[in-house]
Design a protein around this ligand. Structure first.
Ligand code: 5GP
Ligand code: MN
Length: 354
């Protein structure tokens, strides 16, 4: 893949021509996003889907797994086809019958589980719209920028590049705004650029109700979820100030005890990172299918590299995830011994200049 370099560490390849080729001729389009979609993955897909429908395309949104109920308010949610053993045949038909398959917010077909082989083998033309580091080379057209805060930002830029900003309505604007709001940590992370504010200002002027979006996503907790948060903070958080690291280890029994639903653990890792003096945070959860891990950092420690090297994962420099097929105990032991290996990176000894 050809790559362009701008600034420090930013890579991008934004092929708007790849969209111009087909955008004005009705196509069968399937949009999909990474498993356990978050607001950026789902918002990008539903926002782009809303626009493509207005352009006259036959549009389907297919999700590899379910997603949190705090995203159900998005326009088009009711029509999302979620992969399961029951819907497998319908999903396969959609993917095989698509002229265009748009892959949003992921950079490797392994991120969409069973859909990965279906997409790889499908005859349709494939587009990747994403902002994660080190993408695989599976798409015919790439609209990719590691400097973008969110995939939703890139979807906006595609619509803008096609000269169609005037077609964005309030429902599309709110789906895109949700992706940007969450992937910037509510405009807190260093990825909150001038371009982010420019696009959000446009989305607000189109009619996005930012307060409604924030409330729907952040203020719809169940009692169980809030109690689980209290339990996790009190009983499951380990803090190592010397290594500037804090991490949660959550068992299957914990999830069961608090009736945990998809999305209930989202954001938990940020509480570990919010502690003064902590630069590396992890959330290690024993899920039925595997042990899942979320990593966050501030500063120079690359959790993307850490996740990729040791836990079969990836993501961004300061936010990444991974998985382990070992037991929770073995995984935590491995994680803890890695912390010691990374001691000099986690707590660099500053040289004193006399
Ligand atoms: P989260 O911790 O919120 O699940 O994910 C943080 C970031 O890392 C997201 O951008 C997500 O797409 C990415 N990510 C999470 N888990 C994995 C994984 O197993 N593999 C890869 N390649 N990326 C992941
Ligand atoms: Mn994203």
């Amino acid at each position: 893949m050809d790559r362009c370099y701008v600034g420090i560490g930013q890579l991008f390849m934004k092929d708007i021509k790849g969209f111009e080729k087909w955008i004005n001729t009705p196509q069968k389009v399937v949009l999909t996003m990474h498993h356990k979609p978050d607001a950026d993955a789902l918002g990008s897909a539903l926002g782009f889907a809303g626009y493509l429908k207005l352009k006259g395309h036959d549009v389907s949104v297919v999700a590899p797994t379910d997603y949190p109920s705090f995203l159900y308010w998005m326009s088009g949610n009711e029509a999302v086809l979620i992969y399961s053993s029951k819907t497998e045949a319908a999903v396969r038909d959609k993917i095989n019958g698509a002229d265009v398959i748009v892959c949003l917010d992921f950079n490797s077909l392994s991120r969409i589980n069973e859909l990965g082989t279906m997409v790889a083998e499908a005859p349709g033309w494939k587009a990747m719209v994403d902002h994660h580091l080190e993408p695989d080379d599976f798409a015919d057209v790439t609209f990719w920028d590691t400097g973008a805060a969110a995939t939703a930002e890139l979807v906006y830029e595609i619509i803008e590049g096609l000269g169609d900003v005037g077609m964005i309505n309030a429902a599309i604007a709110e789906a895109l705004y949700a992706g940007i709001m969450t992937d910037t940590g509510s405009f807190k992370h260093p990825n909150t650029t001038k371009n982010v504010f420019r696009i959000c200002a446009e989305l607000v002027s189109i009619g996005a109700n930012t307060s409604k979006v924030a409330t729907s996503i952040y203020d719809t907790n169940s009692v169980d979820r809030v109690k689980f948060l209290g339990f996790a903070l009190n009983e499951r958080l380990k803090i190592n100030l010397e290594l500037k690291t804090a991490y949660f280890c959550i068992t299957r029994e914990d999830l069961k005890r608090f009736n945990s639903k998809t999305g209930d653990t989202e954001g938990l890792v940020n509480y570990a990172l919010s502690i003064e003096g902590i630069n590396f945070a992890a959330l290690i959860i024993d899920r039925t299918e595997a042990v899942k891990m979320s990593f966050r950092s501030t500063g120079s420690f690359s959790v993307n590299e850490f996740a990729k090297k040791h836990f079969n994962g990836g993501g961004h420099k300061n936010a990444a995830g991974g998985r382990s097929e070992d037991s929770l105990q073995v995984t935590v032991e491995k994680f803890e011994s890695l912390l010691l290996e990374y001691k000099s990176e986690l707590n660099p000894i500053k040289e004193t200049i006399l």
